[in-house]
Design a protein around this ligand. Structure first.
Ligand code: ZN
Length: 297
């Protein structure tokens, strides 16, 4: 199989890799997300070096934080749009990679890419409809319907849905620069750090942060379940590393839905319904390989 490149362009780091799949990862690097000029030139340097050592790449796939233009016919295909990171707004990322490295480029959101990775090699295999959410510095959601990543108008922005916020229980006003107390503004790793004045990963398991976090995330998931009817929900991202969180989310989703949705997957099998990614933190970069493969065709 032809050698592929992958880029998982995240808000805190860019993961770049060369290989063909989970069992064939030949090189990988993590580059901090600083300015576009600095970060993108390091990305290009990495691939030039790999091409020098291993030969030409058939294509490079990119999964990027959003909002981005994923519409193949659009003049801004592969651009970062008005992202919450001001320095990255209106940057032609896919175009720069195509021009500098002279390869075909596949492009989608980071979460649609992770969903594609799980669809090909992980917990999405064989499913018609499922969603993938990352709960990290930000919150993003993508998914697959009928074997294709969800695009539509632009692409899903599940992290920015508006959910009930009781200020008497949680007086934190929210951290999203666009909507303040949207899901990301209340439940991202960044929001947790702002609310509790310490990083999410340093909050102990018995901290009240976790039931509150599970409340917001399960509220979001219930909305996605009722809207998209996914056959499975895959939850990745750094905040999910707290082992107490996933069981809390499962039990809250089940308790709040089961009187209404009488389906076995929710009533008796929720542990197989809301799951971590089978590919772990490799879901995104593996999905970037899938996007690269599609770009070759
Ligand atoms: Zn928002």
């Amino acid at each position: 199989m032809a050698l592929l490149g992958g880029i998982e362009a995240g808000g805190t780091k860019f993961v770049c890799a060369v290989g063909t799949g989970p069992d064939d990862l030949r090189a990988e690097v993590r580059i901090p997300t600083t300015t576009p000029k600095e970060t993108i030139s390091q990305v290009i340097d990495f691939f030039r070096q790999q091409i020098g050592q291993m030969g030409e790449l058939a294509a490079i796939g990119i999964g990027a934080f959003g909002p981005v233009d994923v519409c193949a016919n659009s003049p801004k295909f592969g651009w970062f749009l008005n992202t919450p990171k001001p320095a990255w707004q209106q940057i032609d990322f896919a175009g720069m990679i195509t021009r500098e490295l002279a390869v075909p480029v596949g492009f989608d959101t980071d979460v649609n890419a992770a969903a594609l990775g799980e669809y090909r090699w992980g917990h999405g295999t064989g499913l018609e409809t499922f969603i993938y959410l990352t709960i990290g510095t930000g919150i993003g959601g993508g998914g697959i319907v009928g074997g294709q990543p969800i695009h539509g108008l632009l692409h899903p922005e599940m992290g920015h849905i508006l959910i009930p916020h009781d200020l008497s229980v949680d007086p934190f006003v929210g951290a999203c620069p666009f909507h303040q107390d949207c899901l990301e503004g209340l439940a991202s790793g960044y929001a947790m750090e702002k609310r509790w004045h310490q990083r999410a990963e340093s909050l102990p398991a018995d901290h009240p942060a976790w039931p509150l976090e599970a409340h917001y995330l399960s509220t979001g998931l219930i909305n996605f379940i009722l809207t998209l009817s996914p056959e499975r929900i895959i939850l990745g991202g750094g905040v999910m590393a707290q082992p107490r969180l996933l069981p809390l989310i499962r039990s809250q989703v089940r308790e709040r839905l089961r009187a209404y949705l009488e389906v076995p997957k929710i009533m008796t099998d929720i542990d197989n319904y809301i799951v971590p990614p089978k590919l772990g933190n490799k879901a995104g970069i593996m999905g970037a390989f899938v996007l690269a493969q599609q770009a070759v065709r």
